[in-house]
Design a protein around this ligand. Structure first.
Ligand code: PLP
Length: 350
């Protein structure tokens, strides 16, 4: 890849208060942009973060061909910068692309663009647990014209946002008994913009009833639990941690996969199997539901304090010693180069 680099004349970094960042609102100096036309990716460029211009008829606005990724860059106390399992994101965006009839982006280009961008803006990454540069690669269809067909032109871009430790408090979730975020044969496994658009309204409705998120169930029966908001889902029944199997309806999260491996290493028993709504309710009533949480790159782990189902509320009976705390710390230690990385997940940028 012949990467062109245009740097900012003057960094904006001194205008930023890093102690008051709200998640995903502040962007670092540079972005990566690459065009797809005439059947090829071309003009890969790193340049100052700035608005882009598109035709009003650009197909992304009308037919929603848009996919994205979410990852982070971390800094240790010696100023070394690391990515966490980036290969997983390179592969996953291409799975999303192929399901939305979009061209794949070459993994080597993705890797080189991301590392160069992170390196150029590495001052924007502060050390310390929770501080990171959130990386948002995405692809959109840009062909002008409202013809309902896959576009011929695309943009692949990466924008980056400095973020702080992000703790929204424990969440109460509403179990979906009517709405679905994904269906068999659909594209729930893809990180596609449309999956998010479809979630907002049911989530707003849940919020009006006092819940912060929706716990999604399968579209066919609404009896099996699938994801929590935009996170993968975990339960602790007695002393066993359980997560639902991935499927074409569920996003195959990097954090979920990492938790499976880390929990085993910590000697915590894990199971990957379907979980029924009725099992959750019974466990809560018997006091055997000891933890519940969502997991994803943004928060690592987001604890669930209780859930509502058909108008009734249930609680999670949390013991003093939580698996979630141990697992979260173990993952942070790997990400921030505070511990050995027996899995080979940490990738140094420079
Ligand atoms: C991104 C995402 C996740 C979490 O994936 P990570 O790779 O762990 O960040 C889970 N569910 C949905 C629907 C997502 O979009």
């Amino acid at each position: 890849m012949n990467l062109k680099i245009e740097k900012v004349k003057e960094s904006r970094i001194n205008q930023i208060d890093f102690s008051k960042l709200s998640f995903g609102k502040t962007f670092a100096d540079h972005m990566f942009i690459c065009e797809y036309k005439d059947g090829q990716w071309q003009n890969p460029t790193i340049k100052p973060y700035a608005p882009i211009t598109l035709e009003p008829s650009a197909s992304v606005f009308h037919y929603g061909q848009a996919v994205f990724e979410g990852m982070k860059a971390y800094k240790d106390d010696n100023g070394h910068v690391f990515l966490f399992r980036p290969q997983e994101n390179y592969k996953r965006i291409n799975k999303s692309c192929s399901r939305l009839a979009m061209p794949e982006f070459p993994e080597e280009w993705f890797d080189q663009a991301l590392r160069t961008l992170v390196d150029i803006d590495s001052e924007w990454i502060k050390p310390g647990f929770g501080n990171a540069l959130y990386l948002r690669p995405f692809m959109i269809a840009t062909t002008a014209g409202v013809q309902a067909a896959p576009a011929k032109n695309y943009l692949f871009m990466i924008i980056t946002a400095p973020v702080q430790a992000y703790y929204k408090g424990d969440v109460k979730v509403k179990i979906a008994d009517y709405y679905s975020r994904a269906a068999n044969g659909g594209f729930g496994f893809a990180k596609a913009a449309g999956n998010y658009a479809g979630q907002f309204f049911p989530t707003q409705e849940a919020a009006n009833e006092g819940y912060q998120q929706v716990m999604w169930t399968d579209d066919a029966t609404h009896q099996f639990l699938e994801e929590a908001g935009t996170m993968n889902l975990w339960f602790r029944f007695g002393d066993t941690l359980v997560t639902c199997p991935t499927s074409e309806r569920i996003l195959d999260g990097v954090t979920r996969k990492s938790i499976i491996a880390v929990a085993e290493k910590l000697g915590i028993k894990t199971e990957v199997r379907p979980v029924k709504v009725t099992e959750l309710i019974e466990a809560s009533e018997k006091g055997e539901l000891k933890e519940a949480f969502g997991c994803g790159t943004a928060a690592v782990i987001s604890p669930i304090s209780g859930f509502g189902y058909k108008g009734k509320d249930y609680s999670v009976n949390r013991p003093a010693e939580l698996y979630t705390d141990k697992i979260k710390q173990a993952i942070l230690n790997i990400q921030y180069n505070k511990a050995e990385d027996p899995f080979g997940w940490r990738v140094q940028v420079k």
